[in-house]
Design a protein. Structure first.
Length: 338
């Protein structure tokens, strides 16, 4: 009997890459100008998270853009062809290398700015307070074993003992006398705790005046509370009082001060850290400038919670002058996810 040979199909089915995987490859290629890139599998996964997050942002913003009266509608469509991929790639590589995850609340915020010179959206990257904590610990000269951040209310009991000749360790006592009626916020405090070397402990108290002075001059009522102008048929119709999220914004302000107070080790600073700092400063400068203009026209721009302290906007490069996009509810809500 003639031997029957089974023919094998040697043609392997080509694996179809997902959109996020193709994005990671494109980002790595675009950012190759930085030199040799060696991303870990984890960092590649983070790059995919940036795609997923920004893709949803663009869809949400486009829905809102189309729902806006044509007279006030943004001219540039929110779509991938209208995104500055070179700038986006550099930002994604820098942030992923610092292990900031776009899928996690308060790690990193991506803000599209319409660049009138290129007709595309430049994507700004600004760290959230959790992202600040991660970076601060990663590049710290002395990394605290833990950090403590609390708001203090009028009915709470708080005392602070600072280090002196007779007391080598800073310490505090914090007691919530009535968890269901704590009164009004009178301040907050943060502590850097070193379990093995408690003499390095640092405790800082911030009265409400110190918290309030970090509040932007044009703070959005949706976040800090206050009055907001209402419109009807494109005309001012009155004012409405918005409660906002004052407690959360105060807490976040103290948390950011806590992270900013961690001394960084210059020997740990690398190219990705410097690139991230540069990209973030450009985004903060643009957002701070446009926030004033936008709020002057009673259009809310959600960036006040992301300005790095001290928030002093610098001069803008006219070639990169951009305008920020209007906020999307989903985009804003993540900053309130504590």
């Amino acid at each position: 009997m003639a031997e029957i040979k089974k023919t094998e199909d040697t043609t392997l089915a080509k694996k179809e890459l997902s959109q996020s995987e193709r994005f990671t490859i494109a980002v790595t290629k675009e950012a190759s100008q930085l030199g040799e890139l060696k991303l870990t599998d984890f960092q590649k996964k983070l790059c995919q998270n940036y795609f997923i997050r920004l893709d949803q942002q663009l869809k949400d913003l486009e829905i809102k853009r189309l729902a806006t009266d044509e007279k006030y509608r943004a001219k540039i469509e929110f779509s991938w062809p209208n995104v500055n991929m070179t700038g986006l790639s550099l930002g994604v590589i820098a942030c992923a290398s610092l292990e900031l995850d776009a899928s996690l609340p308060n790690h990193i915020n991506m803000i599209p700015f319409a660049n009138k010179h290129t007709g595309k959206y430049d994507i700004g990257f600004i760290k959230g307070y959790r992202g600040m904590e991660l970076v601060a610990k990663k590049y710290a000269l002395d990394t605290p074993d833990k950090i403590v951040v609390e708001l203090v209310y009028s009915n709470d009991k708080f005392s602070l003992t600072k280090k002196d000749m007779n007391n080598p360790v800073e310490k505090y006592v914090f007691e919530i006398a009535n968890a269901f009626d704590r009164g009004t916020i009178i301040g907050g405090f943060y502590a850097h705790i070193f379990d093995k070397e408690p003499t390095k402990n640092k405790v800082v108290a911030m009265p409400i005046s110190d918290i309030e002075k970090r509040k932007p001059k044009k703070a959005a009522a949706e976040f800090w509370g206050g009055e907001k102008t209402t419109y009807e048929n494109g005309k001012v119709s009155g004012k409405e009082v918005i409660e906002g999220y004052y407690k959360e914004m105060c807490y976040k302000t103290v948390y950011r001060a806590c992270c900013n107070d961690i001394t960084l080790d210059s020997s740990k600073i690398n190219a990705n850290f410097m690139l991230m700092s540069k990209i973030e400063k450009e985004a903060v400068d643009l957002a701070a400038k446009e926030e004033i203009q936008a709020n002057g026209n009673q259009t809310t721009i959600d960036i006040e919670s992301e300005v790095i302290e001290p928030a002093k906007p610098g001069k803008l490069d006219k070639k990169k002058e951009s305008t920020p996009t209007p906020p999307v509810e989903n985009q804003n809500s993540e900053e309130l996810n504590f």
